[in-house]
Design a protein around this ligand. Structure first.
Ligand code: ZN
Length: 412
């Protein structure tokens, strides 16, 4: 018998709680969701208590109200993060809670917002919520981000469809790319994890000194890698050994580059939706790791805001490999949401690097990490560069070149 929509959501909630967060008996769960996701959240809360959660805290938001803050609140207030909220988040992290983030946002909700307010808010919240941020960045807490269709989001992905059909179609795409539309989603994820392992092991065994990217769009760039870089992807393990999937879906294998050794030009291949603005035709030239020249065919002021967030946002924090055969790419849908779109294409990210992508990095301070080439910034913004003609060579310390990508797909 075919499952009805509510049964599908129940299965999805189960996947997020048990497989994504790998929630343990006695553990707390923090859930953040928009008010459009009541049906899914109720399943999540029930699943979490059935799994033995000691407490489930649901942090509701309403994106329309969220937008009103940016339109009406005085600019100075964005540099101050409310104390009570910092206490909630830092305390939750310190008690070892798992966090589940349900993203359903209207891609346009922040369109036209004063970028300075957004930047100030990101900086203020990172400063006030250090334990919360570090809990996730340094592998102390488990966390998982999943997608959920909302009418405002679906309308923009499928503008030609009536709203209810658009929502249904977006849900289908979400459940499909999250590998939640088969008989046994948990088993599908364990198979998925195995394929990540083979590729990560190969890449880690090569000990590349650099990667060289080139394609017909004009990307021609060499990315230096640190001597102790680690390729990650799929599931992650916390410092105390808890396995979890931070992103559902996920198709990327990524590492953190040597922030000082990026030379050349990269051209984006897909529009980037950033806070409601589409940035297209990004072209950035790096010298000794720093973005020295940049432009965009559309949304140039947004790109400038991203790059000028702080000093670290002039440098790369992530390089990720995603083949054109990715199921997300294969849907042919531009989701206008990074969780999905970054898994459709090879990408780089400006800003914060990943301590777990440097051997022993989680035991190092931000200052130590910076010294060895792992970038630090208040921001982390992905942009897509993969194309069907993308070639990537791995370059070893002795200059030997090994094909990693050919025609946008794995070469090994
Ligand atoms: Zn990524």
């Amino acid at each position: 018998m075919a499952e009805n929509f509510d049964q599908k959501l129940a299965k999805y909630a189960q996947l997020a709680v048990k497989t994504g967060c790998n929630l343990q008996p006695g553990q707390e769960l923090y859930v953040s969701a928009d008010v459009t996701q009541v049906q899914l959240v109720r399943h999540v809360v029930r699943c979490a208590y059935e799994a033995g959660a000691s407490n489930v805290h649901v942090q509701w938001s309403d994106e329309v109200v969220g937008r009103m803050h940016y339109d009406y609140k005085p600019a100075e207030s964005f540099s101050e993060f409310p104390e009570w909220r910092a206490m909630l988040l830092n305390g939750t992290a310190k008690r070892g809670a798992a966090a589940l983030f349900i993203t359903s946002e209207d891609p346009q909700i922040m369109a036209g917002v004063d970028q300075q307010k957004l930047t100030n808010w990101v900086i203020a919240s990172n400063k006030a919520c250090r334990d919360w941020r570090d809990g996730m960045d340094f592998g102390k807490n488990v966390w998982c981000i999943i997608g959920a269709a909302s009418p405002a989001w679906a309308r923009q992905v499928f503008p030609e469809l009536p709203e209810d059909e658009a929502v249904a179609k977006l849900w289908d795409a979400i459940l499909h790319t999250a590998r939640c539309d088969g008989e046994d989603p948990a088993a599908a994820w364990s198979d998925h994890e195995k394929s990540f392992h083979e590729r990560k092991d190969w890449l880690n065994g090569q000990h590349f000194d650099a990667l060289h990217y080139s394609n017909g769009l004009g990307t021609d760039i060499t990315i230096g890698l640190t001597e102790r870089h680690v390729w990650e992807g799929g599931g992650e393990v916390t410092v105390d050994g808890r396995f979890f999937f931070p992103n559902m879906p996920t198709e990327e294998i990524f590492t953190t580059p040597d922030r000082r050794r990026v030379e050349g030009t990269v051209v984006s291949s897909m529009p980037l939706n950033h806070d409601g603005a589409l940035v297209e035709g990004i072209r950035i030239t790096f010298k000794e790791g720093r973005a020295v020249e940049y432009s965009a065919e559309k949304g140039g002021e947004v790109l400038a805001q991203i790059i000028e967030t702080d000093e670290g946002s002039h440098f790369l924090g992530e390089v990720a490999l995603v083949p054109v055969t990715s199921p997300i790419k294969q849907t042919g849908i531009l989701f206008l949401n990074t969780l999905f779109d970054e898994n459709a294409s090879c990408h780089f990210a400006l800003g914060m690097g990943f301590p777990e992508c440097y051997e022993g990095g989680r035991q190092m301070s931000k200052e130590e990490l910076l010294r060895v080439g792992v970038n630090d910034s208040a921001t982390h913004v992905d942009f897509m560069l993969g194309t069907e003609d993308l070639s990537i060579d791995g370059i070893k310390a002795d200059g030997t070149r090994v094909p990693v990508f050919r025609n946008g797909d794995w070469a090994f």
